[in-house]
Design a protein around this ligand. Sequence first.
Ligand SMILES: O=C(O)CCC(=O)C(=O)O
Length: 290
Amino acid sequence: MTEPVRLHGAGTRARADRAAFLRDGYVVARGVLDPAALEAINAEMGELFALQLRRLGLPVDRGPSREAWQANAARLLAVDVETYINTARMTQMLPSAHRLMAGDAILALVRDLGIGFPVVSTRLSNHIMSEALRIPGGYHKSPPHQDWRSMQGSLDSVVLWAPTTPVSEASHPLQVVPRSHLMGLLDTVEHIMTPTVSDPRITEDSYLSLPMQPGDVVAFSSFLVHRTGEAGDGLVRIAFSTRYNNAEEPTYVEHGYPTPYKYSYRTDLMVPDFPKAADIARIFPDATGD
Ligand SMILES: O=C(O)CCC(=O)C(=O)O
């Protein structure tokens, strides 16, 4: 611990413990983010689900509780899986979430850990975890994995994971394998979501759950083995994650900044015959369709 760093509001925090990070592969930084900002993001995410429920003529539970948030999301999932998935994805597009996960507090933490020139590796992810929100046949809990395999960036790249709801041992905590980053890149087997680590040194009792409060952030090496905790308390657990490479790490510079990510789009019309001239005129009154 060295000198304090000014954070949100009038608060200060101790610098993140780089020695512990290098040794264990992760560090939990307490009170890094403003809980009020996280609460506001929960409300914005909830409003996305509410907009779709209203469109479908379905009721909307009010209030900031996890119960209401989950009930609304589950109601949408029950009637329209595709719209649920689109809406869950849309929660990753909120400017407020981007601002938070690329804000001064997060970047200060990343720099504390030795990332001299942080650059975003991957688009923001939101992990909405609840048995009640399980997508039929689709993605649910993350299996044991190392993020480096999908990032393939700088060797010192870090992942930041920040819950917007309280996380206990019983609410699908993030589980890490301390010191597993020291094993380097491990072998994998196929999995529906992401290649899963397969290594006899990683056993069930290797995992450590990380209970956290909104405002806490865990930063971990992209080589650290981690997964979603199995146990749930029946209520939704939400966490954003983001990943940073170090643009000045010598091997990353030497390799010429390669990226494994592909960003593409379709050009056929997803809603047939839309938009027509009348649709355009709803936004631009001067539009004539000529
Ligand atoms: O939120 C979770 O449970 C899993 C997150 C994760 O695996 C990741 O961010 O790589």
